[in-house]
Design a protein. Structure first.
Ligand SMILES: Cc1ncc(C[n+]2csc(CCOP(=O)(O)OP(=O)(O)O)c2C)c(N)n1
Ligand SMILES: [Mg+2]
Lengths: 331, 367
């Protein structure tokens, strides 16, 4: 066990997977000489050479499509797209091809590839560079979508994604790269599709993922210390497959639920969670499921406006209070 | 680790040049240019002022007054030469670096700072200046430009469109599809590719095995490489390309061979991926120095002229700095103003909820 950053965990895992399996290779814009826009691939070109760490032309659809072809041959490409926003340029390759080849070729061809890409706002990168569109991919059968919130999950889920025989969207978050946490040593693989209960509690369930899961955990600890409210935190870790059982079991215990998500409210991840809860734990609910999400506007670049548009701890606390008060919970 | 662009001086000599780095005037029968000393002095002033503005904006970013800044340093001639070739009715689609073209379109420089300081979404009126908003998703604007040109064609307008993009952008699908559309519909659009040798850290040879201007031939329209550090050549070549488009002869690709002398943006450190000697080589081809040499050597301008441009630059810098520092901060509630042209009940609902939410904190004594 060592305390390292989310960035370091990703870097170390890429490195150890490159060592472990000669079929693994990396491809993307600026990942070699420049060592990645966020320095995840630092030193890897020097260590593994340009065959296995490939700088590409500025053409997202191009390198994602080429990675699919390489994966069909049995290689295991790990593609980096600078930000999830540019994955939109590769949407056809991801949704129409990577996600469907196995099914449409009668199971005869696999696409064991990973697309690593960071999402998230709050970095003053303006509307076209700050989106949280993971739900678009989570909607598509044939893809897996993982959204690690901690350095340990960054490691375990990245290893699992690279070893998986299906295409995986591995969605990082810009604001998490410098966060630190305990990471198990050695070969460490986290099963895709299992949520984590990062704090147990009895009064209310907070469901979240990625950066917001870290915010949720902070808030839950504070509520425990300051107000004696016992909140349980469910970190989804994977949006597809979604671990419905963990969510439902938690709400059966607490009777109240709030979803904290960085994406837009309408048709967002929270909508799926709320539906899952009402289908699986309707009789256990004491209050409506609430969602805290981003304002439904293109994210502004101006700092105060960007902050106003994004969900945060203050908004979460307010909605938790409202939910507790609505059920006459004494706090 | 350092990568070096292999595009050397030898290949760069195959381009249209009307003013050598030493300030010597050349003639090119295909791209004739009649220009008075007064007009050259005006170009010098443009070049010097946009460079001074760019330096000031970079300083403002360093001092924390702008979120980010994309320097144009080194690309002044490509931008001023092409910008001054435009007729008032022509439409421009820029990337994020065309501050020099914005200058030629009469956009007050502080308007650019509003955008980079983040006090509004886009500071200028594209319709008024015939200068579209900055586009940061690489290459997308080439398609917008093509569609706009097709619209002009339908309207029977006698104007043309010019669209700026980079060597890196030339690899994007959007750009290649724009070439196809422009060719297929014979759209009056000039593709102005500033080949500044780098796409952040990626050298030009990762994008292309042939000189970029040659791509045009495969798409069925003319392409030419111009010395992008030569303001006269850029002016002459762009004029001709725009004329070609206006006369109904369709698209034209100009590759302005230049160099990004600064960082990609203020977030970048180019010493990590390119050699200092490369910059030194390009300094010898500085776009402004050669105009100065031409003017002085020919007796077309004396030191009082150069001094007056310099002090005008300093005044400009002081003015934009003051304007930048006094820009009013936007209010959070403004985020709901513009998502839809025709408004939306969803946004109205959200605005009301947000007001209520903020008022809640005001009652609790502020947030
Ligand atoms: C679709 C897309 N992919 C990647 C990026 C990230 N990016 C920003 S600028 C840039 C390089 C562009 O190089 P070039 O077209 O040569 O223009 P220059 O910056 O040199 O003027 C890249 C890759 C982006 N903004 N959009
Ligand atoms: Mg470039």
């Amino acid at each position: 066990m060592a305390v390292i950053t989310y960035r370091q965990a990703l870097h170390d895992t890429l490195r150890s997977e490159l060592i472990r399996d000669p079929n693994v290779f990396l491809m993307g814009e600026e990942i070699g000489v420049f060592e990645g826009s966020y320095k995840i691939t630092a030193g890897l070109l020097t260590e593994f050479g340009p065959e296995r760490v490939r700088d590409t032309p500025i053409a997202e659809e191009g390198f994602v499509g080429a990675a699919i072809g390489a994966a069909m041959l049995g290689l295991r490409p790990v593609v980096e797209i600078m930000t999830i926003n540019f994955s939109i340029l590769a949407m056809d390759q991801i949704v129409n091809h990577a996600a469907k080849i196995h099914a449409m070729f009668g199971g005869q061809s696999k696409v064991p590839m990973v697309i690593r890409t960071p999402g998230g706002g709050g970095q003053q990168l303006a509307a076209t560079h700050s989106q949280n569109i993971e739900v678009w991919y989570a909607h598509v059968p044939g893809l897996k979508v993982v959204v690690p919130a901690t350095p340990a999950d960054a490691k375990g889920l990245l290893a699992a994604s690279i070893r998986d025989d299906d295409p995986v969207m591995f969605i990082e978050n810009l604001a998490l790269y410098n966060t630190k946490g305990n990471v198990p040593d050695g070969d460490y693989v986290t099963e895709i599709g299992k949520a984590a209960v990062t704090k147990e509690g009895t009064d209310i369930t907070i469901v979240s993922y990625s950066r917001m899961a870290a915010v949720a955990l902070d808030v839950a600890k504070r509520l425990q210390d300051d107000e004696g409210v016992s909140a349980e935190v469910v970190d989804l870790r994977s949006l597809r497959p979604l671990d419905r059982a963990t969510i439902v079991n938690s709400v059966k215990k607490t009777g109240r639920a709030v979803v904290l998500e960085e994406d837009w409210l309408s048709y967002g991840v929270g909508a799926e969670i709320a539906a899952t809860i009402q289908e699986g734990a309707f009789d256990y609910l004491d209050a409506p499921v609430r969602r805290v999400a981003a304002a439904e506007v293109p994210l502004p670049y101006a700092k105060p406006l960007e902050l106003a548009a994004l969900p945060d701890a203050t908004a979460l606390v307010k909605v938790i209070h409202e939910t507790l008060d609505a059920t006459r919970f004494r706090r | 680790m350092v990568a070096v662009s292999s595009m050397d001086v030898a290949t760069s000599s195959e381009f249209v040049q009307l003013l050598t780095p030493e300030g010597q005037r050349l003639e090119n029968p295909e791209y004739p240019l009649e220009i008075t000393p007064e007009e050259v002095r005006a170009l010098y002033r443009d070049l010097a002022l946009v460079r001074r503005f760019d330096v000031e904006a970079t300083a403002l970013q360093r001092q924390g007054e702008l979120g980010i800044w994309a320097q144009l340093l080194g690309q002044e001639a490509a931008q001023i030469g092409s910008g001054r070739a435009l007729a008032p009715g022509d439409m421009v689609f820029p990337t994020y670096r065309e501050h020099g073209v914005a200058w030629c379109r009469g956009i007050p420089p502080e308007k650019l700072l509003e955008l980079f300081r983040g006090v509004n979404f886009g500071g200028w009126d594209p319709g008024r200046h015939n200068f579209s908003l900055y586009t940061i998703v690489i290459g997308a604007q080439t398609l917008h430009a093509t569609g706009y040109a097709m619209g002009m064609q339908r309207d029977g307008a006698e104007d043309a469109v010019i669209v700026y993009f980079g060597d890196g952008a030339s690899s994007e699908g959007d750009v290649n599809e724009a070439f196809i559309f422009a060719a297929s519909y014979n759209a009056p659009v000039v593709f102005f590719l500033q080949n500044n040798q780098w796409a952040i850290s990626v050298p030009e040879e990762r994008q292309s095995r042939i000189p970029l201007f040659q791509r045009a031939h495969g798409f069925g329209f003319p392409g030419v490489r111009v010395d992008g550090n030569d303001v006269l050549a850029c002016l002459a070549v762009t004029r001709k390309a725009l004329q070609h488009a206006r006369e109904g002869q369709g698209p034209f690709l100009i590759e302005a061979f230049t160099y990004r002398m600064g960082a990609h943006t203020t977030s970048d450190d180019p010493t990590r991926y390119r050699l200092a000697s490369e910059l030194e080589t390009w300094k010898l081809r500085d776009p402004i120095e050669r105009v100065k040499a031409y003017l002085s050597r020919g007796g077309f301008a004396d030191s009082s002229f150069f001094d007056s441009v310099e002090s005008e630059g300093d005044e400009l810098a002081a003015r934009v700095r003051a304007a930048c520092l006094s820009m009013p901060e936007p209010k959070p509630i403004d985020i709901f103003d513009q998502p839809y042209a025709g408004g939306s009940p969803l946004v109205d609902e959200e605005r009301a909820t947000f007001e209520h939410y903020q008022a809640g904190f005001a009652e609790e004594g502020g947030r």
